[in-house]
Unconditional design. Structure first.
Lengths: 329, 328
């Protein structure tokens, strides 16, 4: 699986971000390298929500950060609104950063415990010298209101006085302060209770509509991304397995890995929940990935061909691409 | 349930903590039994008191700040007032716990082998070589590849799923009769979560253990428990055999928890149902039903008077004036 190829890239005026052959390597001592992301290509249209799904260590967070040039990718291209980010110098990159913001996984540790909520949300505005103090203060109130917090009650409190869900709301308010076009959400709800997850997912949807955002939503849980995404990209060990619209992907996963992911989502029904999972073991080390298809070591349908040749992404039905020599029916 | 006396029995069990704002009531008047060989799920949101309940039952809470009342009877021994020294006799061999976060629960500067065999050496007085052999056997049992090498590793060298397996091996080392698993899969990927839950179920059957699984996700315990207790604001608000609970839930909170689980079969792009509001302040006990402020079906009676726990069918009880199944 886990193939390369660009058959799925679209040619449209509306493309806001296009990533091609993106590779991110980290030195791992000696002459070894961890290839966290190897040769990934994808694009996003304005107003879309692209979900990037995969297990821990598949490179999904690294990919999210590499788009923001944090740090600069080893090779490949990231084109944001017609501008190539990988070749920009420091100042030019800084000028473009407000348009791309990120929300992090752990809402508590991503907020400065010494700053009041008002200061946290105000910080990006202050750094970019937007408006005068009065304007900024109003803007902070507007943002807090938008994410469902009462400014009068929360402005002067510190992040440790809030629950995880509320901290995530504060983070969202902060990320929206500079009116970004693209918001990258890295596992925004995985640290939260199920009951709070739904609130944050709904809030992200509302913010997307209200501020006209384009979202990249990184998660390991297919059930969570189902509600929010317009397109889903499944990753395994630094490569793309499958790209499709959500309903099609869930009802008919073509890649064996996607199928395993879908079937490991717990079903809240004691009569069907005793189902056995198909996926055994853990992903191999990204320092020494398997030859050919990277999923073959855990794949129930692997053959000799899978060890020899890396599958390329190809279209199996309209808008549904899969990188597998033997896709499921 | 069987006629045998339960393995663990909590009666009128409460835990409160001293805080700067006065006493915080984390667990309030809970009655729960765990039968021999049974698997019980305790489900609730963060702050519902489920972790405090399980730690309190084992006697793991710091005595200086945590006040327990009511009785805890384990295997016919009343442990409610037992001093720590006596409690230790039950830890490991009688009751054991898998802690929530496998990264912080393991000691980062000690090898897996030494942490795994500690209980065997101290509680079962095994020799070093015997304990090491047993340790390798345990790692094998929780399906860790190359267990001899893992014995010599440190926690940071293992993945999250591996660390959670090590935690399970440690908890099982002295063959406990009752295992508490506190959010055993919350820190893990969905795929690994499915593996770990399956492993726990298999080990329980193999070893004939009783198990208490504490979680915030009803979906996780649906296929792995015999009974489920739903907790809210320190109280058990509904308790029933698992199938009965899913088929015929009575308490609006259980329904709300159930609806908030993201499911694969809901169409995409739809708004998810949420439980609005938040848990009541545990330092300010409510006069009425603790769920009244968030309940979609709330009436004046709910705000004025706390509903008692009533039994609707054998083993199925709930706290609600206007249950979902009843006339509203």
């Amino acid at each position: 699986m886990a193939g390369s190829g660009k058959a799925h890239l679209r040619n449209s005026e509306e493309i806001i971000l296009r990533v091609e052959d993106l590779t991110m390597e980290f030195p791992a001592g000696g002459k070894k390298f961890v290839r966290a992301v190897s040769g990934i290509s994808f694009d996003i249209e304005r107003g879309e929500t692209l979900a990037i799904v995969g297990e821990s260590g598949c490179g999904k967070s690294t990919l999210g950060k590499a788009i923001l040039q944090l740090p600069k990718p080893t090779s490949g291209s990231v084109n944001f609104q017609g501008q190539e980010l990988t070749t920009l110098n420091k100042d030019a990159l800084r000028d473009i950063r407000p348009a791309m913001q990120m929300i992090f996984q752990d809402p508590v540790s991503s907020l400065d415990p010494r700053l009041s909520v008002a200061k946290i949300v105000d910080e990006p505005l202050k750094i970019w010298d937007r408006g005068d103090e009065m304007w900024r203060s109003n803007k902070v109130d507007e943002l807090l209101n938008a994410v469902g917090l009462d400014p009068a009650l929360v402005r002067d409190r510190r992040s440790y006085e809030f629950s995880g869900g509320q901290c995530q709301r504060i983070s969202i308010a902060r990320s929206l302060a500079l009116e970004p076009l693209l918001l990258i959400c890295d596992e925004p709800v995985s640290a939260l209770d199920v009951s709070v997850q739904a609130q944050i997912l709904n809030l992200l949807q509302d913010m997307k509509e209200r501020y006209g955002l384009t979202l990249i939503f990184i998660s390991h849980d297919l059930a969570v991304v189902k509600a929010v995404s317009t397109r889903i990209m499944v990753m395994y060990l630094g490569k793309v397995c499958e790209i499709s619209a959500p309903d099609e992907l869930y009802s008919r996963p073509r890649h064996h890995y996607t199928h395993a992911l879908v079937s490991s989502v717990p079903i809240p029904d004691p009569n069907v929940a005793a189902r056995r999972t198909t996926l055994e073991g853990e992903p191999p080390s990204p320092m020494d990935p398997p030859s050919g298809c990277r999923f073959r070591t855990r794949c129930p349908g692997a053959t000799d061909l899978c060890a020899q040749e890396e599958p390329q992404l190809h279209e199996v039905s309209a808008g549904h691409y899969v990188a597998c020599h033997w896709p499921r029916p | 349930m069987s006629n045998l006396p339960p393995m663990l029995s909590l009666r009128d069990f409460s835990v409160s903590f001293d805080t700067a704002r006065g006493p915080l009531y984390a667990v309030r008047n809970v009655d729960i039994d765990v039968a021999d060989g049974e698997s019980l799920g305790i489900v609730g949101e963060s702050g519902s008191g489920k972790t405090v309940l399980s730690r309190g039952a084992m006697g793991l809470l710091p005595k200086r700040v945590a006040h327990r009342s009511g009785t805890v009877v384990y295997d016919d021994h009343d442990l409610s007032q037992a001093p720590r020294k006596e409690l230790r006799e039950y830890w490991g061999t009688g009751m054991a716990m898998i802690f929530q976060d496998p990264m912080t629960a393991l000691n980062p500067v000690r090898k897996i082998g030494s942490q795994l065999t500690e209980g065997l050496r101290i509680r079962l007085q095994m020799s070093k070589t015997d304990a090491a052999a047993r340790g390798i056997e345990l790692l094998n049992r929780v399906r860790i590849p190359d267990p001899a090498a893992v014995m010599e590793k440190y926690p940071f060298q293992l993945s999250g799923g591996m660390r959670q397996r090590v935690m399970i091996a440690i908890a099982l080392a002295c063959r406990p009769r009752l295992l508490f698993a506190d959010e055993p899969t919350t820190a893990l990927d969905v795929t690994v979560q499915a593996q770990v839950m399956q492993l726990l179920s298999e080990l329980r059957h193999e070893m004939g253990m009783s198990m208490v699984i504490v979680t915030h996700d009803l979906g996780v315990v649906a296929g792995h428990t015999d009974r489920i207790a739903v907790m809210y604001a320190g109280e058990v608000v509904e308790i029933a055999p698992t199938k009965q609970l899913f088929a015929n839930m009575q308490m609006p909170y259980t329904e709300a928890l159930m609806k908030s689980i993201p499911r694969l079969d809901t169409p995409s792009g739809q708004r998810l149902p949420v439980i609005s509001g938040r848990l009541p302040d545990p330092t300010q006990p409510e006069t009425g039903c603790s769920f009244a402020s968030r309940c979609p079906y709330v009436t004046d009676k709910c705000r004025a008077e706390a509903p008692p726990l009533v039994e609707v069918s054998p083993g199925h009880s709930y706290r609600c004036w206007f249950p979902i199944g009843g006339s509203r």
